[in-house]
Design a protein around this ligand. Structure first.
Ligand code: ADP
Ligand code: 3PG
Ligand code: MG
Length: 411
């Protein structure tokens, strides 16, 4: 389903005169690798429409990104070279890689690049100045790239105030790329004027990671279903014995606070229908892929066992709730999806959403997005929106201001 969201406030590509210009494009190519091989290229794919649109405009496209958290240029394992190669495959054209992001090599490569040429520069975080939001470094990025426009399309990193997300906008006229615009519209649209009923599925590792988004969802959602390790923390708070399960201690005050908000919204009697905890969980005797799945009621979690997924009855409740809803916002896996036996809850939720393209489904969070894409034969296309942002999508969903977006508005 097409998202009818808020429009990106002002500065977007189609309103700028980019034709024939050299453009500095910030992408978020911080993608997962294993043994030097990209294991999930979703973020690279998601940037392709923007690159193609700029090429259609006859631009020279100079792309910058970070990858990982390197100590410095000696952390060569964080090079963007393999990403340039993957981008070239996806674009079906050659992409020039430069092993620095400022300096004479960059100036020369851009000068030599033809119109419709794509140049990928080396990891921005090889310079400490990037994270420091250093204005002189931003000025060098702008100058050495020879660009006359800056396009911000690294949605996954706009929650950081870095040189390439913030300071850079002081040196070049700056606009949002197509991906940033789409992310902004989908997420703010679902949060601010959703088709109702709006169901929120919240899971993942920690309550403490997601307090602002839970609080916002209490205001805007019609129902919230909790799963994942987060559910264990709620169950423990309710006095259940959760065995050896992962729980977060010290969240008592936070959960009390959450229930206060729920009581204010729906009253104490309806609280458990609004904020729904699992009634059963799938436990394992140990935490690894050989652990057998066994579903037990939440009142009977065996001593020493780990609740690693929501149980079968709880899964049916999730599926039924998806059926009743028009908009579903999902953040955080419902179980330990790293192990297939404990991925049932998340897989059934993903399939239920994929089967209903008429429903608005907005999926955010690094692990959750990675999981649903793996489960979808159409690379995530079956859902209305799978966010490329981890922290950025959480913060935008929570209604927070993101420095990389604010900088575009101020520029
Ligand atoms: P996202 O990245 O989508 O925001 P999180 O990082 O919060 O999601 O949560 C995903 C992580 O939570 C996964 O590594 C998963 O193994 C873990 N997790 C989910 N449910 C459980 C559980 N019941 N016990 C232990 N870990 C869990
Ligand atoms: C992400 O993957 O969340 C972004 O690329 C930001 O990376 P960071 O958390 O290292 O700033
Ligand atoms: Mg995560």
């Amino acid at each position: 389903m097409k998202t009818v969201g808020k429009k990106f406030p002002k500065r977007v590509m189609r309103k700028a005169s980019l034709q024939g210009k050299t453009v500095l494009l910030r992408a978020d190519y911080n993608v997962p690798f294993e043994n030097g091989v990209i294991t999930d290229d979703y973020r690279i794919r998601a940037s392709v429409p923007t690159v193609q649109k700029l090429l259609e405009y006859g631009c020279k496209v100079v792309i910058i990104s970070h990858r990982g958290r390197p100590k410095g240029p000696e952390s060569t394992e964080f090079s963007l070279e393999p990403i340039a190669l993957r981008l070239s495959e996806l674009l079906g054209q050659s992409v020039r890689f430069v092993d620095d992001c400022v300096g004479p090599k960059v100036r020369m490569a851009v000068k030599r690049a033809p119109a419709h040429g794509v140049v990928v520069l080396e990891n921005l975080r090889f310079y400490a100045e990037e994270k420091a939001n250093d204005p002189e470094f931003a000025a060098r990025l702008a100058k050495d790239s020879g660009a006359s426009y800056f396009v911000q399309d690294g949605f996954g990193v706009v929650h950081r105030a870095h040189a390439s997300t913030s300071a850079i906008t002081m040196y070049l006229p700056s606009v949002a790329g197509l991906l940033l615009e789409r992310e902004y519209q989908a997420i703010t649209g679902a949060m601010s004027h959703p088709k109702r009923p709006l169901l929120a599925l919240m899971g993942g590792a920690k309550v403490s990671d997601k307090i602002p988004i839970i609080k916002r969802l209490i205001r805007v959602a019609d129902q919230i279903i909790i799963g994942g390790a987060m559910a264990n923390t709620f169950l423990a708070h309710r006095g259940h014995n959760v065995g050896a399960s992962k729980v977060e201690p010290d969240q008592t005050a936070v959960i009390d606070d959450i229930y206060d908000l729920v009581h204010k919204k729906v009253g104490a009697e309806m609280a458990d229908n609004f904020l729904v905890l699992p009634t059963d969980v799938a436990v394992g005797a140990h935490v690894d892929e050989t652990a057998r799945r066994r579903t037990v009621p939440v009142t009977q979690i065996p001593e020493g066992n780990y609740a690693l997924d929501i149980g079968d009855a709880s899964i049916e409740r999730v599926v039924a709730a998806i059926d009743r809803s028009q908009t579903i916002i999902w953040n955080g896996t419902l179980g330990m999806t790293e192990f297939p036996h404990f991925a049932h809850g998340s897989a059934r939720a993903a399939l239920a959403l994929a089967e209903h393209p008429e429903k608005e489904s907005i999926i955010g969070g690094g692990d959750t997005a990675g999981f649903v894409i793996q489960w979808d034969s159409r690379h995530g296309e079956s859902f209305s929106h799978v966010s490329t942002g981890g922290g950025a999508s959480l913060e935008l969903m929570a209604g927070q201001k993101l420095p990389g977006i604010e900088a575009l508005l101020d520029a």
